[in-house]
Design a protein around this ligand. Structure first.
Ligand code: UD1
Length: 416
């Protein structure tokens, strides 16, 4: 089994380019099922999760081809099947995003129920509530969801929580429904806007994406298009923390500062110097990181996907900080691993109380999920002894060439 070894590293210096957003790419690939035309996607991050959703589409009869290193051409005119195999679906929860598009295009879909995962039970009730409101008949049995609809009809849908995935599934299905759909308390993440822009290029009629009320007027059909994926705001935030934790000076290219306002604000509160350019950000560290409190929230609040990385940073800050996780019920799996490396962290329900220390020591640890894994890399950069990270397949799900990108900035990191 491959491992990542991280050794104490000098202050990171230089430039790093951010890849396209994983969380935009996955729903956009699913949305390409809505047309018989060809869709070309540019700046696609070549990640394990992306390979998995491509395999799901291939298993349905769709043609998926890589063009060069980071473009994908998807042609769904050969879409035959409406059932995705459990073996592929179980590899990644986001595969569930094919439900809405399949239902809209074929009038039926059979997909396996996503299982639990390390960060909580992650229900799908809001996805199903939305699709039912559009007229889908949904039955659940033997680990599968069967959805059928002779016809989808627009409706008003209130999201009890602004779920990203449920908002995406409903938007995609509503594009081919008859009449108007209004999603209230919709998720407002930049990835929702990217999906809506992609669908609009295909001929969909969508307004309000990026606000909490999204209106979709159904159309009869969609066409193929070419679309460039937005930069990955979480990858950008992760390299910003890498610069901060090592007291470095790193310029991050291909980033939209509008998408990462809470990350910039919290780094500045922690006495890190952040200089915003047009599509780049320079982060200059500080010897003494100030402890700051953080509460994760749906966008535009502080992203839960940056919680673990900030916990690593607070682990070496001056003072005590409190991090409250409100989005997921069980997203503190990295705490035990950070403790093994010498961090002083206590958990009280949904809060973590972190006493900053100067002396992280490094240890053999394991990545329990994607962001937890990368938090261990960040902590390893400033630990006195080597950190050996196991189960790194989690990290490969979400970070393109992470060792190369960090090595280029001067980090001591390698894979064995
Ligand atoms: C997406 C992101 C993930 C990020 C998360 C929150 C992708 C591929 N993944 O995941 O990286 O951490 O947004 O920003 O884009 N919920 C329900 N019922 C539902 C659906 C969700 O109760 O039907 C709850 C979840 O249990 C969770 C919360 O809503 O507590 C947020 O989940 P959601 O926004 O749906 O996350 P994902 O779309 O799965």
């Amino acid at each position: 089994m491959a491992k990542i070894i991280v050794e104490k590293s000098p202050s990171l210096k230089g430039t790093v380019r951010i890849s396209g957003s994983k969380n935009s790419t996955l729903p956009i690939i699913a949305a390409s099922l809505l047309t018989e035309g060809s869709c070309v996607l540019k700046d696609v991050p070549r990640l394990m999760d992306v390979e998995v959703i491509c395999q799901v589409l291939s298993s349905l009869g769709v043609t998926v081809d890589w063009i060069g290193e980071d473009s994908l051409e998807i042609t769904s005119n050969s879409l035959e099947k409406c059932e995705a195999p459990y073996e592929l679906m179980r590899k990644m929860r986001a595969s569930f995003l094919i439900l809405g598009p399949l239902l809209a295009r074929k009038g039926k879909a059979r997909v396996s129920l996503p299982g639990g995962c390390a960060i909580g039970s992650r229900p799908i009730d809001l996805h199903l509530k939305g699709l039912k409101a559009l007229g889908a008949d949904i039955t659940i049995g033997h680990g599968y969801i069967d959805a059928k609809a002779d016809k989808l009809t627009g409706n008003r849908i209130y999201m009890d929580f602004p779920s990203v995935g449920a908002t995406e599934n409903v938007i995609m299905a509503a594009c081919l429904a008859e009449g108007e759909t209004i999603i209230e308390n919709a998720a407002q993440e930049p990835e929702i806007v990217d999906l809506a822009n992609f669908l609009s290029s295909m001929g969909a009629k969508i307004s309000g994406a990026g606000t909490n009320t999204i209106r979709i007027n159904g159309v009869k059909g969609l066409r193929g298009c070419t679309h460039t994926i937005i930069p990955d705001r979480i990858e950008a935030g992760t390299y910003m923390v890498a610069a901060a934790i090592t007291n470095g000076d790193v310029t991050i290219k291909n980033v939209l500062s509008n998408h990462i306002k809470p990350i910039i604000a919290k780094l500045r509160e922690a006495d890190v110097n952040v200089i915003e350019g047009v599509d780049e950000i320079r982060v200059i560290g500080n010897k003494l990181i100030k402890a700051v409190d953080i509460k994760t929230l749906p966008y535009p609040g502080f992203p839960t996907d940056m919680q673990a990385q900030f916990m690593a940073l607070m682990g070496v800050a001056n003072g005590t900080s409190v991090i409250v996780e409100t989005v997921f019920e069980n997203r503190f799996m990295h705490v035990n691993e950070l403790r093994r490396m010498g961090a002083a962290i206590k958990i009280d329900g949904r809060s973590a109380i972190i006493e900053g220390t100067k002396d992280l020591t490094g240890a053999p640890v394991k990545a329990t999920d994607l962001r937890a894994g990368v938090a261990l890399i960040l902590a390893g950069l400033v630990s006195s002894e080597a950190t050996e990270i196991n189960d790194i397949y989690h990290i490969d799900r979400g970070y393109v060439n992470i060792e190369q990108k960090l090595t280029q900035l001067g980090a001591n990191i390698y894979r064995v």
